[in-house]
Write a protein that binds this ligand. Sequence first.
Ligand code: AMP
Ligand code: MG
Length: 396
Amino acid sequence: MENKTMIPFAEGLETIKRFALPLGTEQVDLFRALNRTLAEDVFSDISMPPFNKSAMDGYACRKSDVKNLLQVIEEIPAGSIPTKSIGENQCARIMTGAMVPEGADWVIMKEHIEEVGPNLVRCNRETVNANICYMGEDVKLGDRVLKKGDVISPSHIAILASVGCYKPMVYKIPSVAIISSGDELVEPHEIPGISKIRNSNSYQLVAQAKQMGIDADYLGIVRDDETAIRNVLSQAIEKYEVIVISGGVSVGDFDFVPKILKELNVNIRVHGMDVKPGKHLLFGEKENHFIFGMPGNPVSSFVQFEVLVKPFLNVLMGKTVDENFLYLPIAADYKRKKADQLIFVPVILTKEGTIQPLEYHGSAHIHAYTFANGIMEMPQNRLEFKIGDIVCVRPL
Ligand code: AMP
Ligand code: MG
């Protein structure tokens, strides 16, 4: 096994991001647009509101007449066009969302009106609001309502719908394959025999991808056998834009993945970073197909997907702001024995806005992350944090 040069994590991330470019664009319908990234600015084809609109169920009249007896000359439901203009001491019964008739500049709430005779009403309260939403007060025709790079939220979908952008142009989602390798692995429905363990990484990785809106394909367990690994990887590279394979990337005698990738003419750009967990992580590329070799330990695989693979996939999907860091005070002293590496540690972001490190036994201790809602970074050369020190955390 050849010697690998360990590079700092930051350099690994930089290298990986150099190869990340948005994949391309497509139009999607609004029901499928949530969390996608807009690939173009969106402009309004209408003013909003499109006409002076009543904000209340009530009576539309002239402001100067509010204290007078008013004659009801028309009823205006939402969606209809008023047929009469409001003259002196006249009003129209109007519904929320309906067009305010010509001549009227005031809507008295229904609750403030007293009926004093057939089609004769009077306002019995001081009124202070016009209760009219004026044409174009929210958005004017031609206004840019959303911009390229915005990640579509439910309220963005409402805006897209209102301006008639029913098939927004968004960045494509990469096709992703998940593979696990290892002779010791059995699937979750199986009872592991002596010396075997259940494959948890594949399911975890598929779930992490799903959280990002990516429906990854799971290609199964591949044995620690050169031919088997070559077959599955060569086919996957043809078919998928991104392949995530866990296990078999470190320095053991049966860690064939790096060797086989080289034989398949994959350019290995990162293999080994000064970071814990996940120092053996591998990244390679071949003609716009990308391969991540994840260390087999479940925590390493989980953490490296969060801190490295996610930012990469985010760029492919057009996201420009992918790093979600919080800087918060730590709730207790935190020490380690050696400060030779950058480490990632499971933590709880408390309701008080502090960071509570969790008990953590190392990269096989996946259970520690079941309680975590954040990953804390402890930089190289930093031996301890004192209570109250500000630490960098990625929320989960
Ligand atoms: P490796 O990176 O192949 O040397 O594996 C490192 C450790 O991770 C070993 O203890 C493996 O048993 C464990 N491991 C590897 N693959 C998986 C997997 N898919 N699910 C759970 N644990 C795994
Ligand atoms: Mg292995």
